[in-house]
Design a protein around this ligand. Sequence first.
Ligand code: NDP
Ligand code: 8X3
Length: 258
Amino acid sequence: MHMTSLKNKVVFITGATSGFGKETAISFAQKGARLIIAARRKEKLNELAAFLKKKYKTAVLVLPLDVRKKTAVALAVKKLPAAWKDIDILVNNAGLSRGLDKLHEASLQDWEEMIDTNIKGLLYVSRAVIPAMVKNNSGHIINIGSIAGHEVYPKGNVYCATKHAVDAITKGMRLDLVDTDIRVTTIDPGLAETEFSIVRFRGNVNKAKSVYTGIEALSAKDIADAVIYAASRPKNVVIAEIILLPNKQGSSQVVHRK
Ligand code: NDP
Ligand code: 8X3
């Protein structure tokens, strides 16, 4: 079987303004894919689009979108121009953590934000995009889960619950699409240095940095490489799950720091 060419494939990436999503967009552009880049920060999307068009001469559609807004998500997908309607690869990456608190002390608003983004947002986007894949009997859904979808760490309670949900949803998708040619993958990283901890600690850069001191954390490029690996396997091969840890991270909690 031949490797799957990514040239001219339409790739829809959520959370493309930063971290994994941005780096994944760059990696797909290098392979000649056409990109729909979605997130809330429009200026950052425009900057990335300009960069990708200039450097890789690739076609890019900027889609300012809050994945928590179900009507907006459905409408945005419905209104895609004809040339962009047949999405080949969906990367459900948009997500965040808020806070690191004991469950009985945590903010309800933090919970809502994580649940609405990481679970409901992923579901809204999937529900809007997958029907056309089923109609075409073709496509690949790549969900970004986490080591936190396999293990629970102290004070990680609700964030870990959202990533366990992504794991269950991914498995559910694979079962429900088993009679199609559509592939379903989850990429589950451990510690990776992006804006993730800055968002978790609401802009406290020093606290965010301390999460990665004494180790060489994964970079966004490491995750993008895993996404590209899964997407480019021959059509008969499904990379169901990749758990990706930085060296010296043995589990969510066991990290050997210099
Ligand atoms: P970043 O904070 O760097 O990027 C998160 C991206 O998600 C941004 O582009 C942000 O864009 C977007 N986003 C957040 N909320 C929404 C929303 N409501 N609607 C649309 N887009 C949204 O973090 P990472 O790149 O590290 O995280 C990407 C994914 O990887 C997340 O799902 C995260 O849970 C997961 N993950 C991260 C790990 C890590 O250690 N970094 C490890 C394992 C998994 P904008 O603000 O412009 O909307
Ligand atoms: C992010 C990884 O371990 O910081 O999903 O929660 S962790």
